[in-house]
Ligand binder design. Structure first.
Ligand SMILES: NC(=O)C1=CN([C@@H]2O[C@H](COP(=O)(O)OP(=O)(O)OC[C@H]3O[C@@H](n4cnc5c(N)ncnc54)[C@H](O)[C@@H]3O)[C@@H](O)[C@H]2O)C=CC1
Ligand SMILES: O=C(O)C1=N[C@H](C(=O)O)C[C@H](O)C1
Length: 273
């Protein structure tokens, strides 16, 4: 029997006017596996109450931009959320109330905020990753493998570059890569991190994992994991040239989440790698 449009999982996108919100709107609209049923922005934004298609500069699509997340989530099977940490904490609670899958792309969380996401995952599927692309998730595996093969005489440095509007550092991806390297080396990343070097810093701490951030122009996202030893260097690199890779990953997660039990997941779970 042919599948009706209304049988497809309904998706709500939060932060709809943002860089990722717009990319997600295009990705869901182009998909034959999901349909857009809601779009959320912060209260006071000038898109609230407007037809999304028109707000994006095209034809009407019948989705009205809302600042009432609970009402929007109640109509959806999944929420795709690339906003800001405080907003995502609230959306986690509301997604759990609506029993909707919550795909979290937001980065820049404090440790306590990550812990505060857990209670909602007892009632909803929560999928969170600092990077939703296949390439970066594969790179975390490689970083872990390389770190496991090398001793602490190989200095590990994570260098990331992003556009000049990015508000958090190190990037969520850099933290994923640093965490993977720490796991490979069998150390706790906390207490073994070096970042923001400036002035007379003293020599590099033996065994530390370093983080550096570049911000400029319209760089979508670039990450190097450098393993540097006396006389040689290994560099693992990912370059994102199109935000569509993150949006496609997020939509894939939203669909995958439809058949999972409540709990916390990441993109490694989704991709099965
Ligand atoms: N995990 C991944 O693969 C990726 C993650 N990101 C992360 O996604 C987040 C957003 O990135 P961009 O789209 O570049 O930022 P952006 O600043 O362009 O968009 C964020 C949007 O969220 C909206 N927003 C903030 N608070 C809100 C609230 N309470 N209710 C509704 N909307 C709210 C803002 O108004 C804005 O439109 C960042 O944390 C970024 O690091 C970005 C790209 C890929
Ligand atoms: O803010 C961005 O743009 C990006 N954020 C994510 C991160 O913090 O790593 C993913 C990607 O690099 C783009």
């Amino acid at each position: 029997m042919e599948r009706q449009m209304s049988d497809l999982p309904g998706i709500v996108i939060t932060g709809i006017s943002g860089r990722m919100g717009r990319m997600l709107a295009a990705t869901v609209a182009a998909s034959d596996k999901a349909r857009l049923v809601g779009a959320v922005e912060r209260t006071g934004h000038d898109w609230i109450g407007r037809d999304l298609g028109e707000a994006l500069g095209g034809a009407k699509n019948g989705v009205i931009v809302s600042d009432d997340p609970l009402e929007a989530f109640a109509k959806a099977q999944a929420v795709i959320d690339f906003t800001a940490p405080a907003a995502t904490l609230e959306f986690a609670r509301l997604a759990a109330q609506a029993r909707a899958v919550h795909v979290i792309g937001t980065t820049g969380f404090e440790k306590e905020q990550i812990a505060a996401l857990e209670p909602a995952s007892r009632h909803s599927v929560q999928i969170r990753a600092g990077n939703m692309s296949l390439g970066v998730n594969l790179l975390t595996k490689l970083a872990k493998t390389v770190a496991a093969a090398l001793d602490a005489d190989w200095d590990i440095e994570v260098v990331e570059a992003h556009h000049n509007r990015k508000v958090d550092a190190p990037s969520g991806t850099a933290l994923m890569l640093g965490q993977a390297a720490a796991e490979g080396r069998g150390i706790d990343l906390d207490g073994m991190t070096e970042s923001g070097r400036h002035g007379i810093t003293g020599a590099r701490k033996h065994g530390a994992i370093g983080f550096s951030a570049i911000r400029g122009g319209d760089i979508v996202g670039e990450h190097d994991v450098i393993f540097a030893a006396a006389g040689e260097r290994i560099v693992l690199r990912h370059i994102a040239t199109d935000r569509a890779i993150f949006a496609r990953g997020a939509l894939r997660a939203a669909l995958w989440g439809q058949s999972q039990k409540p709990g916390q997941y990441d993109m490694i779970d989704v991709l099965g790698i």
